[in-house]
Ligand binder design. Sequence first.
Ligand SMILES: [Zn+2]
Length: 75
Amino acid sequence: MVSEDLLALLVCPVDQKSPLRHEDDSLVCTRCGLRFAIRDEIPNMLIEEAELPPGCASLSDLECVKCGQAKIDAK
Ligand SMILES: [Zn+2]
């Protein structure tokens, strides 16, 4: 399990500010729904390896990307 302390520090790596929520074995962005798998108690925060939420075909469909503050190279 990821501790509450760590969870409080983590934000969505796409817009670098949206909080994440703990859900089963992953962390989910409360804004865009991007899902980050947790393995061996360490969340994998790589955007490229995160699971897209339903309805999103690519990273550029994410809410955190659309807000225009994304640091990723979405086209
Ligand atoms: Zn997000």
